[in-house]
Write a protein that binds this ligand. Structure first.
Ligand SMILES: [Zn+2]
Ligand SMILES: [Zn+2]
Length: 132
């Protein structure tokens, strides 16, 4: 069993892919709802104010934004950087442009992947075989 220290309270817990123990995870979930409500009520609050008012680290707020659980309005002036080009974005990990580029290269990857073609080929080979 993989046992680790919780990043928040430092207590030991059975590691399951999360860096926080179940208790802290629950606490963070409650915190998340609090923060989301706060942002809803104060759409123009800065990230620092949100962090201070809700007693939650800025890093955690950014993580929620990256996970697309939180998003700020354009009016808030709050943004994080695109992980690829550094352009300011409001939510997620990449800007629209980078995301589009990635979808394109992903599609290309799928298009160049052989399985579909191969299936067709063996299918027609079979038909030819049957035809003969
Ligand atoms: Zn903990
Ligand atoms: Zn970008």
């Amino acid at each position: 069993m993989d046992v680790r220290n919780c990043k928040l309270c430092n207590s030991l817990f059975n590691y399951d892919g999360n860096s926080l123990c179940p208790a802290c995870r629950k606490k963070m979930d409650d915190k998340f709802l609090e923060v989301r409500q706060y942002i809803y009520d104060n759409p123009t609050a800065s990230m620092t104010v949100v962090a201070e008012e809700n007693d939650v680290p800025i890093q955690q707020i950014k993580r929620w934004i990256r996970e697309e659980r939180l998003s700020f309005s354009k009016d808030s002036g709050i943004s994080i950087e695109c992980e690829k080009c550094g352009k300011p974005i409001l939510t997620g990990r990449y800007c629209t442009e980078c995301r589009n580029n990635m979808t394109h290269s992903l599609n290309k990857l799928y298009a160049s992947a052989a399985p579909v073609k191969k299936d067709k080929k063996s299918e027609s080979a079979k038909m030819r075989f049957l035809g003969n």
